[in-house]
Design a protein around this ligand. Structure first.
Ligand code: NAD
Length: 278
């Protein structure tokens, strides 16, 4: 039976570190969160980010814009926030309504305030391993892997998913720690066979119960990034937890695994941004 990797505990420890550093150093840090429209899931994420800011002693500034906001209006707000000395980090909650160009919006955020690390400049820095801002979700996964005490160096690592926000940066972070990394995607042949090679398996697919026990090596570390809402309203990951936990050595639950880590790393990045801007 796998040991459970407790994302709530690991994320709480990170937030406490951020809170203590802010309290002891007297650094003032501020995060602006921009939400456009009324997506209920986005609303929940924004509220959680606000709560984490309160806990850490980070000032949070929320900008809730109507669904019909234009590009011009949104870019003007970002320009204002880029120039606001009280704002160290800017986060635009995705997805945005259809009329707004997400890529152009991200590129407008000053790279020094891009605490999500989505701006091309920060993505490039992650690629070469010389970065100020950690990519939030992948960095959270790395913290969870570290919490097992297992070293990534020399391990077979398989990442399922190649999105710009999870799969690709995840692969880079594993590579930076000397893992032997394979990235799988929707066109991968013999997926189960490739996954069975993994000492460390990261699932970022967005399909409930996609990873089954036959895809997992005995004793592997399994990190489940997926957040899927089932018809009965319950949250579930990409990994079929009941059967995979019988075979894996370590596994993250959903909820309570990767989810809370993303916000904890965001808090860390906001503090980093405040320090850089000082
Ligand atoms: P995405 O849709 O952008 O990417 C999904 C990836 O899965 C794609 O690269 C695709 O090639 C791959 N894929 C799809 N079908 C496949 C198949 N049959 N076989 C192999 N690969 C396949 O999604 P994303 O933004 O990377 O998010 C993935 C999941 O992680 C979602 O459930 C999302 O909600 C969740 N997520 C969680 C957090 C968190 O904080 N825990 C953060 C971001 C995303």
């Amino acid at each position: 039976m796998a040991q459970i990797i407790d994302g709530k505990a690991v994320s709480a420890a990170i937030k406490e570190q951020v809170r203590d550093e802010i309290a002891h150093s007297g650094i003032s840090a501020g995060l602006a969160v921009v939400i456009v429209g009324n997506d209920p899931a986005s609303r929940v994420y924004v509220n959680n980010k606000k709560k984490a800011c309160e806990f850490c002693g980070i000032k949070s500034f929320e900008y809730a814009l109507p669904e019909e906001t234009t590009m011009k209006e949104l870019l003007e707000l970002i320009d204002t926030l880029n120039n606001d000395k009280n704002v160290n980090g800017i986060l635009v909650q995705l997805p945005l309504p259809k009329q707004l160009d997400e890529k152009a919006v991200i590129e407008r955020i000053s790279p020094q305030k891009d605490v999500d690390a989505f701006h091309e400049t920060n993505v490039g820095k992650i690629m070469i391993g010389n970065y100020s801002f950690l990519p939030c979700t992948p960095a959270g996964c790395m913290e969870l892997i570290h919490s097992t005490g297992i070293s990534v160096s020399g391990k077979e690592c398989v990442v399922i998913g190649r999105s710009n926000i999870v799969g690709k940066p995840m692969a880079m972070l594993l590579l930076h720690e000397n893992g032997t990394v394979t990235v799988c995607h929707s066109r991968t042949k013999n997926l189960a066979e490739v996954c069975r090679r993994a000492d460390i398996l990261v699932a970022a697919v967005g399909k409930p119960n996609f990873v089954t026990a036959d895809m997992v090596k005995e004793g592997a570390v399994v990190i489940d990034v997926g957040i899927n809402r089932l018809e009965n309203g319950k949250l579930c990951g990409d990994v079929k937890f009941d059967e995979v936990s019988e075979k894996a050595g370590w596994i993250t639950p959903v909820p309570g695994g990767v989810g809370p880590m993303t916000i904890a790393v965001l808090m860390k990045n906001t503090l980093t941004a405040a320090k850089i801007q000082k």
